[in-house]
Design a binder for this molecule. Structure first.
Ligand SMILES: O=C(O)CCC(=O)C(=O)O
Length: 324
């Protein structure tokens, strides 16, 4: 696979307009990205138009193939995990929590992250060491809410071990169907910063409920690589929101909606805030509404391994949101 990433210069400002400007402007700035996605995979267009509607999704789920038994299923690092329970919880709630990484694995990734420069706000020009976050904000003259490793994370054997763990593929194939394949692997920091604009937060998927629309059927495994409490920007998932969708949220090009609107549909008890120790993993159907929150005091280091059923997008493999 060619993992060379496209030049992302200006991506942050484009994405900022895309999330905050008028609807027409928001669509207009994304057109080059849409065109690239379309050229790379023409089947992207029907997905983009129809996968947001419940009838479209239901039709697509009918094509889910039976999962094949994995020959190396026993070789998982998640000794006590139960695939059946995970898949059942995903079907009913859209979320399963309680996968625990071995200590040596999450410590190795955290050590890698601490000695490797990351890229701020998805912009390859904003490169800095994570410990030097405050200094980097001064140097670049802007708030840095996220720091991604993009393809650099493939140099970390522990991250590759998670990406290739048979339990993840097994859960993905039993939930999404036998077509399930790896579509993303990313590791990134979310940093506390007093100065983040709404555009920065939107770019980092923080602070606003949204659903993902990168494929017809998707599953995302998230792992915390540092302890995460209420002040470390925990992830939030709205239980049950993967199974039903208000018509107004199907018939719009927007994927982000206010908490008031989302909780108005699913109820105030529906969000789960995921806090826990370093190594905690959870898996979700990202068609359900979810968001990260902005860390109040401690940086959060997190890994995502995503599965889908279509050809993976080269651009999105490590999380890059927009190209020019
Ligand atoms: O940072 C987070 O917890 C949220 C990530 C997210 O929303 C996504 O990957 O779609």
């Amino acid at each position: 696979m060619n993992l060379a990433a496209p030049d992302n210069s200006g991506a942050a400002s484009l994405e900022a307009i895309a999330r905050n400007g008028s609807l027409l402007r928001r669509i207009a700035v994304r057109i080059p990205t849409y065109m690239t996605d379309l050229r790379e995979n023409p089947a992207w267009l029907p997905m983009f138009m129809l996968a947001r509607t419940m009838p479209g999704r239901r039709m697509h789920w009918l094509g889910a193939r039976r999962a094949r038994p994995l020959e190396n299923a026993e070789e998982t690092m998640f000794a006590s995990a139960d695939r059946g329970r995970a898949v059942q919880a995903l079907r009913s709630e859209g979320l399963f929590s309680g996968l625990m990484l071995p200590r040596a694995i999450h410590e190795e990734i955290a050590a890698f992250a601490n000695r490797t420069p990351c890229f701020g706000n998805f912009d390859r020009r904003l490169e800095f060491m994570p410990q030097e976050h405050a200094e980097a904000e001064r140097r670049f003259g802007r708030s840095l809410l996220s720091g991604h490793y993009f393809e650099r994370i493939l140099d970390c054997p522990a991250a590759l071990a998670i990406q290739k763990d048979p339990l993840l593929l097994d859960i993905a194939q039993h939930y999404l169907g036998g077509q399930a394949k790896l579509i993303t692997t990313r590791v990134w920091w979310s940093f506390p910063t007093g100065k983040a604009s709404d555009a920065d937060k939107n770019l980092a998927s923080l602070g606003k409920y949204h659903f993902d629309l990168d494929d017809w059927r998707m599953l995302k495994f998230f792992f915390y690589l540092v302890p995460v409490d209420a002040g470390t920007g925990p992830h939030v998932y709205v239980r049950g929101s993967h199974r039903r969708r208000a018509l107004k949220h199907q018939l719009t090009l927007l994927v982000g909606h206010s908490a008031e609107e989302v909780l108005g549909v699913y109820g105030p008890q529906s969000p789960v805030t995921l806090t826990g120790e370093a190594g905690l993993g959870f898996v979700e159907d990202p068609f359900g509404f979810h968001m990260g929150t902005v860390p109040a005091h401690t940086p959060r280091l997190m890994m995502e391994v995503g599965f889908g059923v279509s050809k993976p997008s080269r651009r999105r493999f490590h999380g890059e949101p927009v190209i020019r």
